[in-house]
Design a protein around this ligand. Structure first.
Ligand SMILES: Cc1cc2nc3c(=O)[nH]c(=O)nc-3n(C[C@H](O)[C@H](O)[C@H](O)COP(=O)(O)OP(=O)(O)OC[C@H]3O[C@@H](n4cnc5c(N)ncnc54)[C@H](O)[C@@H]3O)c2cc1C
Ligand SMILES: NC(=O)c1ccc[n+]([C@@H]2O[C@H](COP(=O)([O-])OP(=O)(O)OC[C@H]3O[C@@H](n4cnc5c(N)ncnc54)[C@H](OP(=O)(O)O)[C@@H]3O)[C@@H](O)[C@H]2O)c1
Length: 594
């Protein structure tokens, strides 16, 4: 089925390219030549086998290579449950304190600030917008220069939320563990609330944990460059040592310090660009820039000549005149495509929802066909645009003519322009929505723990996972949960990527988790010395998924035909235990049961 994310290996064209172009690290000439030679070798191997990963091998230059067999055995043992990890587990803060630059003040950046503070670090959160909250800060503006979101020179808008958006999870399930979302913060008492309610919740979270002081608003990170000279000499010496002495050194996994360049984005700031730019040094960088802002729009041969309007869901806000009485094709049938098809159908004459691989007449991803509006039809993916007839040809050969609008609800791509050129220097790549190599979706082995990412996994419950990842990062930086040696992390990342290939999982789905998220979260919790999370969240997640599949149009409202009251009770008990539910100083109101 086209909407089943686990199937189908057709790759979307990526017209904006795969990102950075400035070197992330300055390499010595000798090392640069070696990287180039290895990259060329890997490219040849890639061409021969279709499986080589240039970046992985280039990055491997940065670590010693004498313990792969041991590492494989370690991984096997860990999978078999005969060992937990080579890292030390601790609930207590470790001895090291770091000044940490956090890129982005959305839900992930706020969680980073909270967990870094809790571990004794000093976070500085750079947020280029006027307020913290990321995509939950509804922005009515769209990217008017190019609504397909493909022109690299367009003026960017971060927000992708549309006006009517409501959560697709019950709020209890969505909330952070350290600040339960069991009450109402902006008067919207629906369990599946609107975006304004989530924004108010995030503001309350920041307030509760006293995070605002750590956030610098209207400050964009232009670049984050590792300061490599001292670090490299130290790292080379360690890479040359044997495994045991490296482990014993206690400091083997500290990465470089970082030079972070930021500029003010405030309207009333000095017009002089140089005056608005500042450079600071940090011990570490945590990347929390989100990945639902840079459209992933397919490019069709005739797209430029096609006479109708083509736009990406990133630039959709309301079912306005653009759609009124029009024939609209929506491509992509995940959350955005599903929701927008139903909303646009309230004003359009016809809506065609096209999902890759969809077979007409069959239920779509378990969604009952009868659940779609009467003026909506389902089609497989688009193979061609036909400018002469304002037409669209689908995978089954059928053609829809006189189409007015194509709305690409085809998702987003990861982009880290400020980390520039991690690709060519082999530390990191971000191609086809796979950030690689990464240890447990968080640390690039060559630079860990001083560079880390929060929030790369998708098809997850984001906020509690952000918290867990942030806690792990904070503890890795402090030394309370030291990371394994770099080569071990790299082998782990390597094994993960091989498992994608051997299980037929497309690289663009590398960070897709689904049900696996709960075991992953528990694994990170264990590394932080925490017990596994309660099961109520997973139960609520599963119950919501089942309800969405059976009632895609109405799963957020109405009488609930399944009961998650036990899970809801657990969520509230957890909130009460945290002292939140009973805090008389707070005036939040009760949430409706359904
Ligand atoms: C349409 C839509 C609906 C969603 N619905 C749900 C839902 O119902 N439930 C749910 O749990 N999740 C939902 N999500 C997922 C949502 O993305 C996460 O909940 C979460 O908010 C992501 O937080 P983040 O901090 O990772 O990213 P973001 O919220 O994107 O925040 C990133 C921040 O980084 C800033 N930034 C980026 N680059 C820079 C830079 N160079 N310098 C300084 N600042 C920078 C941005 O301005 C932004 O504020 C939805 C997402 C979308 C797009
Ligand atoms: N609260 C809500 O109700 C709500 C509403 C909207 C969005 N969201 C959230 O926002 C995030 C983004 O969701 P999204 O739906 O915009 O993006 P998404 O989840 O990435 O889905 C995009 C879909 O388009 C498909 N696609 C990509 N290129 C295609 C092509 N050329 N032809 C046909 N199909 C193509 C993708 O298939 P492949 O995966 O195979 O590439 C995928 O199924 C998610 O976290 C989602 O939960 C939430």
């Amino acid at each position: 089925m086209g909407s089943d994310e686990s199937t189908g290996d057709v790759h979307v064209d990526d017209p904006t390219g795969d990102g950075p172009s400035e070197p992330l690290c300055r390499l010595t000439n000798e090392r640069r030549e070696a990287v180039a030679a290895l990259a060329a070798h890997s490219r040849r191997r890639e061409m021969a086998t279709g499986t080589g990963l240039i970046q992985r091998h280039a990055a491997r230059l940065l670590v010693s290579r004498n313990s792969r067999a041991w590492s494989r055995a370690w991984s096997r043992a860990r999978r078999a449950g005969t060992t937990t990890t080579s890292a030390t587990m601790s609930r207590d803060p470790g001895p090291r304190r770091a000044r940490v630059a956090v890129v982005g003040g959305g839900a992930a950046g706020l969680a980073a600030a909270r967990e870094l503070r809790a571990e004794g670090h000093t976070p500085v959160v750079f947020e280029r917008g006027n307020d913290a909250g990321g995509v939950w800060v509804y922005d009515p503006r769209v990217e008017v220069d190019d609504v397909t979101g493909t022109d690299p020179n367009r003026a960017r808008v971060h927000g992708s939320m549309y006006a009517s958006l409501r959560t697709n999870l019950p709020r209890e399930c969505m909330g952070y563990e350290s600040f339960p979302f069991t009450k109402t913060f902006a008067g919207d008492d629906r369990r599946f609330c609107g975006h304004g309610e989530v924004r108010a919740y995030l503001a309350a979270y920041a307030d509760h944990h006293d995070i605002a002081k750590d956030v610098r608003l209207r400050r964009e990170v232009l670049s984050a460059e590792p300061i490599v000279d001292d670090w490299r000499a130290e790292d080379d010496a360690k890479a040359a040592s044997n495994h045991q002495s490296e482990k014993d050194s206690g400091d083997e996994t500290w990465g470089p310090r970082w030079r972070v360049t930021t500029r003010s984005t405030g309207d009333d700031d000095d017009d002089d660009d140089d005056a608005n730019v500042s450079v600071e040094t940090f011990d570490a960088v945590v990347v929390c820039n989100g990945h639902y802002s840079e459209p992933r729009t397919p490019s069709y041969a005739n797209a430029k000549r096609w006479p109708g309007l083509q736009m990406h869901s990133h630039n959709y806000r309301t079912p306005d005149a653009t759609f009124k009485g029009k024939k609209v094709v929506v491509l992509g049938a995940m959350a955005s495509g599903e929701d927008l098809t139903r909303e646009i159908a309230t004003v359009a004459s016809d809506v065609v929802l096209a999902a890759r691989g969809f077979v007409p007449g069959a239920p779509k991803n378990d969604f009952p066909v009868a659940s779609y509006p009467k003026n909506a039809t389902l089609k497989p993916g688009i193979v061609e645009l036909i400018p002469e007839r304002s037409g669209v040809r689908f995978e089954d050969g059928s053609v829809e003519e006189d189409v007015d609008v194509i709305l690409y609800a085809t998702g987003y791509q990861y982009a880290f322009p400020f980390l520039s050129d991690a690709v060519s220097d082999g530390y990191l790549s971000a191609v086809d929505n796979c950030v690689s190599p990464l240890y447990k979706h968080v640390f690039p082995p060559a630079l860990a723990p001083s560079l880390s990412f929060i929030g790369l996994p998708w098809k997850v419950v984001p906020f509690p996972q952000f918290e867990t990842q942030a806690r792990w990062i904070a503890k890795a930086l402090s030394g309370a949960a030291p990371l394994p040696p770099r080569r071990e992390m790299l082998d782990d990342a390597d094994a993960f990527e091989r498992s994608l290939a051997s299980n037929g999982i497309a690289r663009r789905h590398a960070h897709r988790m689904g049900d696996a998220q709960f075991a992953y979260n528990d694994e990170l919790r264990e590394l932080c010395g925490q017990p596994p999370a309660g099961t109520w969240r997973a139960e609520m997640y599963a119950a919501t998924g089942a309800r969405k599949r059976s009632q895609p149009a109405s799963y957020r409202d109405g009488p609930i035909p399944w009961s998650d009251e036990a899970a809801r009770a657990d969520a509230r008990a957890e909130a009460d235990a945290a002292g939140f539910g009973t805090d008389p100083a707070r005036d939040e109101v009760e949430v409706k049961a359904a």
